[in-house]
Design a protein around this ligand. Structure first.
Ligand code: DPP
Ligand code: ZN
Length: 881
C-alpha cells in the first residue's frame, strides 16, 4: 500500500459545483446515476488536465460527457480510479454505476443493516457509491433522488430538505435538496420501514426546526432521551458559542450495524443504535450519559465540521479535537465538571498515552498515513481536544469565544486547516502560538519533572520544571512544548495560599493573589518563584489536568493523603488518590518480581476508609474516588508489563479491601441503596454509581454477603443500572454458581433486546472468572452473536483483547492465537473492525519477554496472510518495524 503525505497536498484541479444523485434501490443491488457539474479550479496549484475520480467496487454502466456517451477508449478505468483527459473548461459528467449494498460487509458506502439501506461515507466511503473527487476540499451542492419499493421502504431520507416526491406502481421516490455545499463524506441516505418520534426546536432567531428520530418499530420507546439531549445541545450551542441550527429539519436515524459511534451527515445524522437508544429499563446510567454526549457531539459538528470542514484528512483533529472539546464542556455543564474531567483524563491516560507510546504513535495532525480510517484515534480525538482546551486556558473563555466566532465567520463554507484555527486564536489574543503549534506536529507524551525548594528566610517557594518528550516513530528529537501548568499551594491546614509570582521569573495566567495560576512552561528547564509564601506548602500541580503530560513530582504518601482530603481542585483530589494507589501497587509489583513479600501500605486502606466515611461529598465523585486503578492503567505506567504480577497485586489489594473495609462498604451500600431510587437526574445517578461501586468492591474482595445483596438487587431492580450493576458484581464475585444462574436469568429476560445482550456479552468477555478462552469461544458460537454486527464483535472479541488481562494474556499464548484468528476472519469481512481489534497486539514490545515473543509471532502470522487489507497492513507492519 501507498503512503500519503501531508507535504504532498495539492489543491484539486477540478471543482464539482453541483452533484445530482439518483438512487434506484432494488433487492439485488442499486443503480446510482450521478450528474456532476464540473469545472477547472481557477486556484489549482499547477493545473493538470487530468480528472481522476475515485471509485471502489463499482460497476460502471455508462459514462456521458455533456450528454454524449463515451466509448471505453475515451477513459481509463482501474480498481480505484476513473481517468479522463483533455476535458472542456466546464462540463457535465453523467456516471451510471451498479453497486451491491447487499454484499457490502465493510459497512462503508451504501449497505444493508436489518431491513434498511443506509450509508457511511466518512472518510472515504462515498467512492463506493459512485465515481467522485472523494476529498473534503471538494465541496458541492447536492440533490438526491431516492426511488424504491413503497411497501418495503416507506421512508426515504437524505441530506437537507425534501422538495418533491411521487409514485408509480409499487415504487415511490423522494427528492432531497441540501442548500449547503458540502464534501461528499457528509452525504447520507437511508431507506427503510422506519417509525419516528417527532419534536421541534425554536432557534434563537425564532426559526422553527422539526426534529425527528427514526428507528425500527420496536425501538420507539427508546428515543426520548436522545431527543431531550438534542434539544439541550441546540440550546447550549446557541448560548455558549452563538451557533444556531441552519436547516428546517434535523433527522437522526438509528442503525444496528455501524462501524463508528455515530456520523454527523448534514441534516441526517446516522447513529449506531447503541449510541442513541435508551430507556431506564434497558440502559445503564453510563449509557444515558454517553448518548447525551454523542448526540451533542454530532450536533455540534454542524458548525465545527460541516459549515467549516477539513481541507484534507491530516486536519481531522480540526473538527474532531474541537468538537470533542465542545461536547466535553457541554457534559461538564450538564453534570459534574470534576467527574467529567476525571473520566476524560482516565481515558486519555490509559488509552491515549499507550497509543502515543506505541508503534502507531502519531501527532494530533499526522503527517502521513496509508489508510485514513486508522487515524480516527484517541490522539486525534482526545489529545486533540486537550490541545483545544489548552488554547481555551491560554486565552480564557471570553477571548476564546472571540476566536471561535472569528473562525466560524471567516471560514464558513470552506475547507481549512488546524493552522487556520490557531491563527484565529492568535489574532484575537495577540499571543504568538508558533511554539504552541508543536502540539499539532510532534507526537509522544511530554514528561514534566518538577522539584521544589522552599526558603523560609525569604518566604520564597521555587518550582524547577524540566520537560522532555520520548522519541516516537519518525521523530527522534523533540522541541520543547508550551505547557500551561496549573498550580496551587496548600498551607498546613489545607487552605489555598494566594499566589504571587516573582517578577522576571516566567509568565503565568491570572493575577497575583489568585489561588490557582497557570504557569507557562516553554523551556526544557525553567524555574518559577512564588513570593510571600509564609510556610512550606504542599503543591497541587497540574490542576484539572491543565495539559496532556505525564507529571513527575516526588510526592510522598502523606502528601498524597493530605491532598486527597484538602485539595480545592476536585480533579486533583481524585488524582492524589490515584497516585497513592499506583505507588502502592508498584511497591507490591516490584516486591513480587523480586520474590519478596511486602505489606499493603495501611495509608492506602485508611485513605479509602476516609472516602467511605465522607458524608458530604458528591456521590458521583466519591464513586470515582473508591475505584481501584485498572490493569490497563498499571500496564501503561509500567516500564515492562508483568501481567501476572499486576494481576496478583490487584488480587491482594481487593482481598485486603474486603478484609478491612467490608463492614463499612456494606453499611455504605445499604445507606445508598435506600436513597438511590430510579430517577434520571445527576444526583440519583451519582447515588447509583457509588452504590454499585461499593457492591463491586465487596464482590471483588470476596465478601459472601455481596452475593445475596446482588441477587436481591437484581430481582428488585427498576433500572438497568441496578440490574446490570448487580449482574456485574455476581460475575466478578466469589460464587460461580450464582453468577452462572444470574447470567442465564438475564439472558432469558433480555434475549430480544440486542443492545442489552451486547452488555451481557461484554460483562462475560471481560471477566477473569467467566471469560476463559473456552467461554469466549462459546460466546462467539451463541445464536445471538453475529460476526456481521460490529457491536457484537466489539463486545466479545474487542472486550476480551482489551480488558480481559488474565485470559487474553494466558501464558500459553492461546488468547493471542484466538485473537489472531478473529482478526484474519474479520479482515475479510470488515477491515476497519479488524484493524481496531489489533490494538492489544500492537503493545507487544512492552510485555515481558515470553509473552512479547508470542504476541510478535501472531503479528507475523497476520502479516503473512495473503490479501491483507490496507487497514490491517498499516497497523501490523508499523507494529513489527
Ligand atoms: N462519526 C465520527 C465522529 O463524529 C466521525 N466524524 O466523530
Ligand atoms: Zn466527531
Amino acid at each position: 500500500p501507498r503512503t500519503i503525505y501531508l507535504k504532498d497536498y495539492r489543491k484539486p484541479d477540478f471543482l464539482i459545483d453541483a452533484t445530482d444523485l439518483n438512487f434506484q434501490l432494488y433487492e439485488d443491488g442499486a443503480r446510482v446515476t450521478s450528474q456532476l457539474h464540473i469545472r477547472r479550479n481557477p486556484d489549482a496549484d499547477a493545473f493538470r488536465d487530468v480528472l481522476e475520480l475515485d471509485g471502489v467496487e463499482l460497476q460502471l454502466e455508462r459514462l456521458l460527457l455533456d450528454g454524449r456517451t463515451l466509448n471505453p477508449d475515451e477513459y481509463q478505468l482501474d480498481d480505484e480510479t476513473l481517468r479522463l483527459e483533455r476535458l472542456p473548461k466546464q462540463f457535465v459528467l453523467t456516471v451510471v454505476t451498479w453497486i451491491k449494498p447487499q454484499e457490502n460487509t465493510c459497512l462503508e458506502g451504501l449497505y444493508r443493516s436489518s431491513s434498511m439501506f443506509c450509508t457511511q461515507c466518512e472518510a472515504e466511503g462515498f467512492r463506493r457509491i459512485t465515481y467522485y473527487l472523494d476529498r473534503p476540499d471538494v465541496m458541492s451542492s447536492f440533490t438526491t433522488t431516492i426511488e424504491a419499493e413503497k411497501s418495503r421502504y416507506p421512508v426515504l431520507l437524505s441530506n437537507g430538505n425534501p422538495v418533491a416526491s411521487g409514485e408509480s406502481g409499487d415504487r415511490h421516490w423522494v427528492k432531497w435538496e441540501d442548500p449547503f455545499k458540502k464534501p461528499c463524506y457528509l452525504f447520507a441516505l437511508v431507506a427503510g420501514d422506519l417509525e419516528w418520534v417527532e419534536d421541534s426546536f425554536t432557534t434563537m432567531s425564532g426559526r422553527e426546526v422539526q426534529l425527528r428520530i427514526y428507528v425500527e418499530p420496536q425501538d420507539l420507546n427508546k428515543c426520548s432521551h436522545a431527543m431531550d439531549s438534542l434539544k439541550r445541545s441546540m440550546t447550549w450551542d446557541e448560548e455558549v458559542y452563538g451557533r444556531e441550527y441552519d436547516l428546517d429539519i434535523f433527522n437522526i436515524v438509528a442503525v444496528s450495524d455501524f462501524n463508528m459511534g455515530a456520523m454527523e451527515n448534514k441534516g441526517l445524522n446516522i447513529f449506531n443504535s447503541s449510541c442513541v437508544l435508551a430507556n431506564p429499563e434497558t440502559s445503564t446510567d453510563s449509557a444515558f450519559q454517553r448518548i447525551e454526549a454523542i448526540v451533542a457531539h454530532e450536533y455540534f459538528h454542524n458548525w465545527s465540521g460541516n459549515r467549516v470542514t477539513c481541507r484534507d484528512w491530516f486536519q481531522l483533529s480540526l473538527k474532531e479535537g474541537f468538537t470533542v472539546f465542545r461536547d466535553a464542556e457541554f457534559s461538564a455543564d450538564m453534570h459534574s465538571r470534576a467527574v467529567k474531567r476525571i473520566e476524560d483524563v482516565a481515558l486519555l491516560r490509559t488509552m491515549q498515552f499507550a497509543e502515543d507510546a506505541g508503534p502507531m504513535s502519531h501527532p494530533v495532525r499526522p503527517d502521513s498515513y496509508m489508510e485514513i480510517s486508522n487515524f480516527y484515534t484517541l490522539t486525534v480525538y482526545e489529545k486533540g481536544s486537550e490541545v483545544v482546551r489548552m488554547l481555551h486556558t491560554l486565552l480564557e473563555p471570553e477571548k476564546f469565544r472571540e476566536g471561535s466566532d472569528l473562525y466560524f465567520s471567516r471560514f464558513d463554507g470552506q475547507a481549512v486547516t488546524t493552522d487556520d484555527f490557531v491563527a484565529c486564536m492568535e489574532e484575537v489574543s495577540g499571543q504568538d502560538f508558533t511554539q504552541f503549534k508543536r502540539w499539532y506536529s510532534q507526537s509522544g507524551t511530554p514528561v514534566l519533572t518538577v522539584t521544589d525548594h522552599y526558603d523560609a528566610e525569604t518566604s520564597e517557594y521555587r518550582l524547577d520544571v524540566k520537560q522532555s518528550c520520548p522519541p516516537t516513530p519518525g521523530q527522534q528529537e523533540k522541541q520543547p512544548f508550551q505547557i500551561p501548568l496549573a498550580v496551587g499551594l496548600l498551607d498546613g491546614s489545607g487552605k489555598d495560599m494566594p499566589l504571587t509570582l516573582k517578577a522576571g521569573q516566567g509568565d503565568a495566567s491570572g493575577a497575583d493573589g489568585d489561588l490557582t495560576r497557570n504557569i507557562l512552561v516553554r523551556e526544557s528547564e525553567q524555574s518559577f518563584v512564588f513570593t510571600g509564601v509564609t510556610e512550606k506548602p504542599t503543591p497541587s500541580l497540574l490542576r484539572s489536568f491543565s495539559a496532556p503530560v505525564r507529571l513527575n513530582y516526588p510526592y510522598d504518601r502523606n502528601q498524597l493523603t493530605f491532598l486527597m482530603s484538602f485539595d480545592s481542585d476536585g480533579f486533583n483530589r481524585w488524582d492524589a488518590g490515584q497516585k497513592l494507589a499506583v505507588s502502592v501497587f508498584n511497591e507490591l509489583i516490584n516486591a513480587e518480581l523480586k520474590g519478596e513479600q511486602v505489606d499493603i501500605d495501611e495509608r492506602y486502606i485508611d485513605a479509602m476508609r476516609q472516602v467511605l466515611l465522607d458524608d458530604k461529598g458528591d456521590h458521583a465523585m466519591l464513586a470515582k474516588m473508591v475505584q481501584v486503578p485498572g490493569v490497563s492503567l498499571l500496564a501503561e505506567q509500567a516500564e515492562v508489563v508483568h501481567v501476572d504480577a499486576i494481576l496478583n497485586a490487584r488480587q491482594r489489594v481487593h482481598e485486603r479491601i474486603g478484609a478491612s473495609l467490608s463492614e463499612l462498604l456494606l453499611s455504605k451500600y445499604r445507606q445508598l441503596h435506600a436513597q438511590s431510587g430510579n430517577a434520571l437526574d445527576s444526583v440519583s445517578m451519582g447515588l447509583r454509581a457509588y452504590k454499585n461501586a461499593c457492591l463491586m468492591l465487596l464482590a471483588q474482595g470476596g465478601a459472601q454477603e455481596s452475593v445475596a445483596l446482588a441477587k436481591l438487587q437484581m430481582q428488585q431492580a427498576q433500572t438497568m443500572t441496578d440490574e446490570f450493576g448487580a449482574l456485574a458484581a455476581l460475575v466478578n464475585g466469589p460464587d460461580i454458581e450464582a453468577a452462572q444462574s444470574a447470567l442465564a436469568d438475564f439472558l432469558c429476560k433480555w434475549k430480544k433486546d440486542q443492545l442489552v445482550m451486547e452488555q451481557w456479552f461484554s460483562v462475560q468477555a471481560a471477566s477473569e472468572r467467566h471469560g476463559a478462552l473456552d467461554s469466549i469461544q462459546a460466546l462467539t458460537a451463541h445464536e445471538l452473536f453475529s460476526e456481521r454486527n460490529p457491536n457484537k464483535v466489539r463486545s466479545v472479541i474487542g472486550t476480551f483483547g482489551g480488558q480481559n488481562w488474565r485470559h487474553f494474556h494466558a501464558a500459553d499464548g492461546s488468547g493471542y492465537r484466538f485473537l489472531r484468528e478473529w482478526i484474519i476472519k474479520m479482515d475479510g469481512l470488515n477491515p476497519q473492525i479488524a484493524s481496531r481489534l489489533l490494538t492489544p497486539l500492537t503493545r507487544w514490545r512492552k510485555l515481558e519477554p515470553q509473552r512479547s515473543a508470542l504476541m510478535q509471532k501472531e503479528l507475523q502470522e497476520i502479516m503473512a496472510h495473503p490479501g491483507l487489507s490496507r487497514d490491517a497492513y498499516e497497523v501490523v507492519s508499523k507494529s513489527l518495524k
